[in-house]
Design a protein around this ligand. Sequence first.
Ligand code: MG
Length: 156
Amino acid sequence: MTRFGIGYDVHKLAPNRKLILGGVEIPHALGLEAHSDGDVLIHAIIDALLGAATLGDIGQHFPMTPEFKGISSVELLKRTCALVAAKGYAIGNVDSIIVAQRPKLAPHILPMRERLAAAMQIELDAISVKAKTEEGLGFTGTEQGIAAYATASLNK
Ligand code: MG
């Protein structure tokens, strides 16, 4: 049996924050505001995995409590994979899109995929990360924030 899930997330760009996407710190003047490290890509992937397993959403498992303040989203992803595995599912593949006007993300795609594959204990071939701009339109285009979309398949 194969199941599918979808995830979406947005965080605001702000000064004096690190920009962390897919577990990789990316040099940039702005970073993402959040209770955690603001890794919008990982948050979308987590919701895709939880959705595929009918395990609710990221806010239910990792609320805005002191326990999760400033936590690495890679840690949250590892915990999510444990929840999915505990329900008897193996990850098939993950696909994702980061929507950001800047910075250029192409040089960071492979490091992100490597970091995510290691965290999820899946093959590099099972994790896809793509990056797009919205041509200067909307909140991503005007650099107010970064969005991410993800899908995941699980097998049992
Ligand atoms: Mg988030």
